[in-house]
Write a protein that binds this ligand. Structure first.
Ligand code: ATP
Ligand code: MG
Length: 577
């Protein structure tokens, strides 16, 4: 049998044949195809409003929409739902495009803007007015709210509801011409002020707004509401499966009403649960506030759940796509533990990140029995998960740095690293023994260890089999280079930052320790000139990436992407409890 065009497209898009996990939306689409609904077409869209940067929740929607299109040999449009010029900006359009591309999806020519449909939407509105299904209303926004009623009480008809078609046409055209002030009038759908669904109580379709639009400039003085624009935009684009989040379930009857009255193509709307993540917020309004009020350094602050933020932090697109696949698609709202996202990142970086040694809080170590002028080049493995990544040389000498936390004057039970009289192995090198330690007389802080090394204990050598319980990372003081390292923790300490007591501002839950900057770290010289965006595993510490904004040849800056699982920290935490 010859391959169909659909199958060709499917292969070209690199669709996973049958590996993708099943979920109810995938089943619906598969069933529709089987029944040859929509003439066998699958056409989805990802419809962001360009009023902020994309976040990890959007990634779920992107993976779903683009993923289904690829899997079933269809298309996915990137459509900007840009109906509200007062909140939108070209900066957001550009960031959204680069984020979708970075995630690994390609919309080809299929880039659209709801603003391109303004003329068509206007004509639809005229059609509804002519059919007696829409009217110009002079109530103010407050009055409209008042007349709307509540969940338990029906609304009241607007006194302007009975305007003649001629008067409505005249007023609506004059609204467009810019004759009236902002908010003076609206165009409303004439549906049912007593409907149990509040969305059907004569919703506003157009509002007057004398604001320049980032694409249409000053051409329009009226703008369609999201509710009037969204469904019709999907229809114009011939979307077959209009996938959106659960909060739009109650809007579906309204979208159906518009499409039915207009008698135009009717996409099938399917709702799914939005992604919520612990320890962060995923509302664009709140993310915007974090940026505007300076709680973070910008939309791409590595603590932000935005794609720009987590990309800068070092997360890979692969890890995010894997995460989106793992969390699945459901019909019931739930919250995913952020640890699951971190797990996907760790798993991916484990395979691809070269290992290096870096000391974040340096403690000087002098090996007293090691010759002063000697330097040994030791062989270090770049990635034990991937022998193809080869080895490198690491210089060992008499003066080294180790991590301050790898020494304890009074080692607690279960602490196996260095302590007075204790031995530990230095990675790729020798076993050393702590003979003495030096304290700063003023602060009492330990500032230097004086150790001896066992020349017979070199890693890989005949007698190296001697066992010690800890292996420490280190750098040679004379060879290491300085770097700044930024350690990130959850942006919010509480699992659910949206859940605050009445009267308490949600921003008060921002974790004051979400960023710790260390400026005198020492890293292996191989990292000199490391390219922005490069990712490494700092042995025993975690995955780190070169900051794409602040790092330069003169000043290396690393972001901690994610920690390794640190068993000691866990034990100590448990002991403290
Ligand atoms: P807000 O954060 O103010 O609620 P929004 O996230 O709905 O805004 P849009 O630009 O309208 O912003 O979203 C584009 C698409 O992404 C929509 O189809 C929306 O349903 C989907 N989306 C948004 N947030 C999530 C989320 N947390 N999980 C899954 N999909 C989401
Ligand atoms: Mg939205």
């Amino acid at each position: 049998m010859n391959k169909t065009a659909t199958e060709d497209r499917r292969e070209a898009a690199g669709a996973p044949a049958d590996s993708a996990p099943s979920h109810f939306i995938r089943n619906i689409v598969a069933q529709d195809l089987k029944e040859n609904k929509n003439g066998g077409r699958v056409h989805t869209r990802f419809p962001p409003e360009p009023n902020g940067y994309l976040h990890i929740g959007h990634a779920k929607s992107i993976c779903l929409n683009f993923g289904l299109a690829a899997e079933f040999g269809g298309f996915c449009n990137l459509r900007f739902d840009d109906t509200n010029p007062s909140k939108e900006d070209i900066e957001y359009v550009e960031s959204i495009k680069s984020d979708v591309r970075w995630l690994g999806f390609d919309w080809g020519e299929k880039e659209y803007f709801a603003s391109d449909y303004f003329e068509q939407l206007y004509r639809y509105a005229l059609q509804l007015i002519e059919g007696g299904s829409a009217y110009v209303c002079d109530l103010t926004a407050d009055q409209i709210r008042e007349y709307r009623g509540t969940l338990t009480e029906p609304g009241k008809n607007s006194p302007f509801r009975a305007r003649s078609v001629e008067e409505n046409l005249d007023l609506f055209q004059r609204m467009r011409a810019g004759e009236f002030a902002d908010g003076a009038r609206t165009l409303r759908a004439r549906i049912d002020m007593a409907s149990p669904n509040l969305n059907l109580r004569d919703p506003v379709m157009y509002r007057i707004l004398h604001a320049a639009h980032h694409r249409t400039g000053d051409r329009w003085r009226i703008y369609p509401t999201y509710d009037f624009a969204h469904g019709q935009s999907d229809s114009i684009e011939g979307i077959t499966h209009s996938i959106c989040t659960l909060e739009f379930e109650d809007h579906r009857p309204l979208y159906d009403w518009f499409l039915d009255r207009l008698g135009i193509h009717h996409p099938q709307q399917i709702e799914f649960a939005r992604l919520n993540l612990t320890h962060t917020v995923l509302s664009k309004r709140k993310l915007l506030q974090l940026v505007k009020d300076g709680h973070v350094a910008g939309w791409d602050d590595p603590r932000m759940p935005t794609l720009a933020g987590i990309r800068r932090r070092g997360y890979t697109a692969d890890a995010i796509r894997t995460f989106c696949e793992r969390i699945g698609v459901a019909k019931r709202n739930s919250t995913v533990d952020i640890a699951m996202l971190e797990h996907s990142v760790r798993e991916d970086l484990n395979l691809r990140a070269p290992r290096v040694m870096a000391v974040l809080r340096p403690l000087r170590v002098v090996i007293t029995n090691y010759p002063e002028d000697r330097v040994e080049e030791l062989e270090a493995v770049n990635n034990p998960e991937d022998p193809n990544m080869g080895t490198r040389k690491v210089s060992f000498s008499r003066v080294l740095y180790i991590e301050q936390e790898d020494f304890r004057e009074d080692p607690p039970k279960g602490f196996f690293r260095l302590a007075p009289g204790r031995e530990a192995r230095l990675r790729y090198a020798y076993i050393v023994k702590c003979e003495e330690f030096v304290k700063d007389p003023k602060t009492g802080a330990v500032v230097e260890l004086r150790c001896t090394y066992d020349p017979e204990s070199k890693s890989g050598a005949a007698r190296s089999g001697r066992k010690v319980k800890a292996t420490l990372h280190w750098v040679s003081a004379a060879h290491a280079i300085e770097a700044e390292v930024r350690l990130y923790d959850h942006l919010f300490a509480a699992e659910n930052p949206d859940d605050v007591q009445e009267g308490v501002d949600w921003t008060s839950g921002i974790n004051p320790k979400s960023l710790e900057t260390l400026t005198s770290c020492r890293v292996e010289p191989i990292l000199a000139g490391a390219a922005p965006g490069n990712r490494y595993q700092f042995e025993r510490l975690g995955y780190f990436s070169v900051d794409t904004v602040d790092s330069s040849d003169r000043r290396l800056v690393f972001n901690r992407t994610v920690t390794l699982r640190d068993s000691w920290a866990k034990i100590e935490k448990a002991q403290k409890k």
